[in-house]
Design a protein around this ligand. Structure first.
Ligand SMILES: Cc1cc2nc3c(=O)[nH]c(=O)nc-3n(C[C@H](O)[C@H](O)[C@H](O)COP(=O)(O)OP(=O)(O)OC[C@H]3O[C@@H](n4cnc5c(N)ncnc54)[C@H](O)[C@@H]3O)c2cc1C
Length: 393
């Protein structure tokens, strides 16, 4: 069986794996990346979601010299309105105190396309499509993955194989998890009124509904809705014809972007969150959704995965400059120390925010409306919240 030697072996070519392969190859490391689907052909990307990219992630993308590609597809967010049940209870954010935007909305397929384009040009990267790992073997100084026809022998294995990580199953790494028994529907659509680069998050009784401003398409205003609701509701909603879906969405969006005219794409996603009990195993680190996944209430899953990646990039750079071998025990533990707590904190915050906004009786509603009022009037609290969302705290 053929054996490929590489410093770094990356399993999973999604939004995190592709970013990791590009970042780490730029540091001069030989990299192999395996993707079980035909993802590296951008025409075959089925994910029609958008991602809200935070300012912190944008800075890292600038640092690794890919933001100039991605920004061609990015729509800035200048204002955010958080609306609890109705327009009289709302918090309004803008970013006049900083000279940056509050975030950027980009379609996932364009983020992937930008990374794939760059990766094809990296001479020290080998890409394998339609290949999955069958097994893993560990030797003290190497980690070996076996595929159907070949093996890969590397110093460091990166598990970026998503929330149902196969690598995690092989190592039997325990996880904490929560099944929200809910789904999110993601609908991209044309509408009548300019979104003015405003993102809206409506906290409704059964879950949040976000409207995210997308780039115009041939002078048509375009936005994306991410609506969380019970699985039964979302299953029945997606089974309706587009005209009925539009009527329902128009009634929920309260005229903020005018009338929804035409649905472009619609997809549903089950909502589960998890946190690995640790972010490493032998010569292996978990990164992105293989380490953690969250309720999408704050649109932070990929952004946090990119923070994992940035810290890994710094660690690999340090090891390379000291001539140390990647992936030893100290390396893995340092990665864990730098990243576990941030993920634990986001797991707790997203879960608690979801619970608070779901509560629906007179006492809780009154308490929440008062809290919203306090935040809306406090510059300091608003600044802290927007810094957290922007990933710059
Ligand atoms: C509705 C919704 C909206 C969201 N919105 C936002 C947002 O606005 N902002 C944000 O930051 N985050 C958002 N997220 C979260 C974000 O989408 C994820 O955090 C991100 O996509 C994770 O990327 P990943 O590469 O870690 O995992 P994935 O995208 O799941 O990629 C894993 C890859 O590994 C491959 N793979 C799996 N097993 C194997 C194997 N054995 N061998 C080889 N390959 C394998 C898969 O085919 C896949 O390509 C949202 C999530 C949802 C559900």
């Amino acid at each position: 069986m053929k054996e490929i030697q590489s410093k770094i072996n990356i399993i999973g070519g999604g939004l995190i794996g592709a970013a990791a392969a590009y970042s780490l190859s730029k540091l001069g490391n030989s990299v192999v990346i395996l993707e079980k689907n035909a993802k590296f052909d951008h025409k075959k990307i089925l994910d029609k979601r958008t991602t809200a990219i935070s300012e912190g992630t944008k800075k890292y993308l600038e640092n690794i010299d890919i933001w100039k590609e991605i920004r061609n597809y990015a729509e800035p967010i200048n204002k955010i309105q958080i609306i609890d049940r109705n327009q009289s209870n709302k918090i309004y954010f803008d970013n006049q105190r900083r000279s940056s935007n509050l975030g950027y909305i980009v379609r996932n397929e364009f983020i992937l396309k930008s990374f794939y384009k760059k990766l094809q040009k990296q001479k020290n990267v080998k890409i394998f499509n339609n290949v999955s790992v069958n097994d893993i073997f560990y030797k003290e100084d190497r980690i070996i993955t076996k595929q159907k026809d070949f093996s890969i022998n590397s110093n460091l294995l990166l598990a970026s194989d998503g929330k149902n990580s196969f690598i995690r199953k092989i190592f039997k790494t325990p996880i904490y998890s929560k099944d929200y028994k809910k789904k999110a529907i993601v609908v991209n659509f044309y509408h009548s009124k300019n979104h003015q680069n405003t993102a809206y998050e409506f906290f409704l009784k059964n879950g949040p509904l976000a409207i995210l401003p997308m780039q115009n398409n041939k002078n048509e205003f375009q936005s994306s809705i991410v609506w969380t609701n019970t699985s039964e509701f979302i299953n029945s909603l997606i089974s309706l014809d587009d005209k009925k879906i539009i009527d329902i969405l128009n009634s929920k969006t309260q005229g903020s972007i005018g009338k929804i005219k035409k649905i472009i794409t619609k997809q549903t996603f089950p909502l589960r969150a998890h946190l690995n009990s640790k972010f490493y195993e032998k010569r292996t680190v978990y990164i992105g959704d293989s380490a953690h996944s969250f309720h999408p209430i704050a649109g932070q899953g990929w952004n946090l995965g990119m923070q994992d990646l940035e810290s890994l990039y710094i660690l690999v750079k340090k090891y390379n400059s000291l001539g140390l071998e990647l992936g030893d025990d100290i390396f893995c533990k340092e990665f864990q120390k730098n990243n576990f707590f941030k993920a634990f904190r986001l797991y707790q915050i997203t879960d608690k925010v979801d619970s608070i906004f779901k509560l629906d009786n007179e006492i809780f509603n009154q308490a929440r409306f008062s809290a919203i009022n306090v935040i809306e009037r406090s510059k300091k609290l608003k600044n802290q919240i927007s810094d957290f969302a922007m990933g710059v705290n």
